[in-house]
Design a protein around this ligand. Structure first.
Ligand code: ASP
Length: 360
C-alpha cells in the first residue's frame, strides 16, 4: 500500500515538474512579449523630388497618397495584426498608385519595358522572399511574400517568377497596365542623356552636378517597415528600379540585406536610392549588425551609413527603419524623400501620424 502511494506521489511530482518546465520554457523561449505599441513607417522613394520643381498641388497629392498607404497598414496593426501583413498592405497601396515607381507607374527600361523587383522579410524568423525582373505581376510584393511562404526558395526571377505567381493564383496583368505617360517621357529624356553612360558604369565617385543630373530622372521605390503589438518586425520594398536600366539590371530593393532586411533582434529597414551603392554597402544588414553586435542605436548606425558612407562612395538615397523598441529613423542625403509614419505607443494613447517630402 505504502509503495502504491509512493508511486502515485512520484508520478504527480513528475507531471507537475513537466508542466512547470513547459510554463517556464514558454517565457524563456519566446522573448516576444505582447505590448500595446505599434509603428508603421513608409517611403515612396528618394531623389526624384526637387522642391524647386514641385507645386503645392503635387505635394498635396503625394501626401494624400502616403496617408492612404499608412491607413492600409494601420488597419492591420491597430487590431493586433502582424507586421508582415501591415507592410504588405501598405506597399500594395503604393504599388497601385501611378505616382510612385513601383507596380503601376514603374519606370521604363532602356528597351521600353517595366521590369519590377520586390522583397519582403519577417523579423521573427528571418524568413524572406523576393522577385526580380518581372513584367506581368500586378503586385510584386505579394508574390515576394508567396515565395517566402509557399516555396523553398528566397528569390525568383523573370519568367520563372511569373510562372510561380500564376501557379499560386496571384494576379497577372498585361505589361501595358504598368505604362504611364510621365514615365515614358522620363525614359526619352534619359536616353538623350545616354552620353553619361560611361560615368554611370564607373564605380568612381561622380562630381556632384553629374550625380544630380542622373538621379533627378531615375529613382523611386516604395517601402514599408513595421513593429506590431506582438513586438515583431517586418520590412517590404517594391520598385521599378532605375529609368533606362539595361541588360536585366537588378538593384538593391529585392536583395535581402542590401535594400530590405528585418530582424527582431535589431531593426526592420527598407531602402531607396541609387541601388548599386546600397548593394556595395550591404546597407540594411550593415545597420542591423552594427546594432546587434556593436550596440549602436538605430539612429547612429543609419545616419552614419546614409549620411556619411553612402555619399563618400558617390551614391545617394535614403531609408526608413524601425527598431525593436519602436524607434524610427528616416535619414536621406537627397533633397527629398517621400515618407511618413503612424504610431501608437500605448493602448489608449494618442495616434501620431506625419507625412513629409522634403527636409524639415
Ligand atoms: N533602389 C532602387 C534601385 O536601385 C531605386 C530607388 O530606390 O529609387 O533599383
Amino acid at each position: 500500500m505504502g509503495q502504491m502511494v509512493n508511486i502515485v506521489q512520484n508520478n504527480v511530482m513528475r507531471i507537475t515538474a513537466l508542466f512547470l518546465l513547459i510554463f517556464i520554457g514558454n517565457f524563456v523561449l519566446s522573448p516576444v512579449v505582447a505590448q500595446d505599441r505599434y509603428v508603421l513607417v513608409i517611403h515612396g522613394g528618394a531623389g526624384t523630388i526637387l522642391k524647386s520643381q514641385s507645386t503645392p498641388e503635387q505635394e498635396k497629392r503625394y501626401k494624400e497618397s502616403l496617408e492612404q498607404a499608412l491607413h492600409a497598414g494601420q488597419l492591420v496593426l491597430q487590431k493586433g495584426g502582424q507586421a508582415l501583413d501591415a507592410v504588405e498592405a501598405a506597399v500594395r497601396v503604393l504599388e497601385d498608385n501611378p505616382l510612385f515607381n513601383a507596380g503601376k507607374g514603374a519606370v521604363f527600361t532602356n528597351q521600353g519595358k517595366n521590369e519590377l523587383d520586390a522583397a519582403i522579410m519577417d523579423g521573427r524568423s528571418l524568413a524572406a522572399g523576393a522577385i526580380a525582373g518581372v513584367t506581368t505581376i500586378r503586385n510584386p510584393i505579394s508574390t515576394a511574400r508567396a515565395v517566402m511562404e509557399q516555396s523553398e526558395h528566397v528569390m525568383l526571377t523573370g519568367l520563372g517568377a511569373e510562372q510561380f505567381a500564376k501557379e499560386k493564383g496571384l494576379e497577372l496583368v498585361d505589361p501595358s497596365y504598368f505604362h504611364t505617360p510621365e514615365r515614358w517621357r522620363s525614359l526619352q529624356r534619359a536616353r538623350h542623356r545616354d552620353s553619361l553612360d560611361n560615368l554611370k558604369k564607373s564605380q568612381l565617385p561622380l562630381a556632384k552636378e553629374e550625380a544630380m543630373l542622373i538621379r533627378k530622372e531615375k529613382y523611386g521605390t516604395v517601402g514599408a517597415v513595421a513593429l506590431d503589438k506582438h513586438g515583431n518586425l517586418a520590412a517590404a520594398t517594391s520598385t521599378g528600379g532605375m529609368t533606362n536600366k539595361k541588360w536585366g539590371r537588378v538593384g538593391d530593393a529585392p536583395l535581402i540585406g542590401a535594400g530590405t532586411y528585418a530582424n527582431n533582434l535589431s531593426a526592420a529597414i527598407s531602402c531607396t536610392g541609387w541601388g548599386e551603392y546600397f548593394i556595395r554597402l550591404v546597407m540594411a544588414k550593415s545597420i542591423c549588425d552594427q546594432m546587434e553586435y556593436g550596440g549602436r542605436s538605430l539612429q547612429d548606425a543609419a545616419n552614419e551609413m546614409v549620411l556619411k558612407k553612402l555619399p563618400a562612395l558617390g551614391g545617394d538615397g535614403g531609408l526608413i527603419a524601425v527598431d525593436k523598441e519602436g524607434n524610427i529613423a528616416m535619414p536621406f542625403c537627397t533633397e527629398g524623400m517621400y515618407r511618413g509614419y503612424i504610431r501608437q505607443d500605448s493602448l489608449n494613447g494618442p495616434i501620431k501620424k506625419e507625412v513629409a517630402l522634403f527636409k524639415n
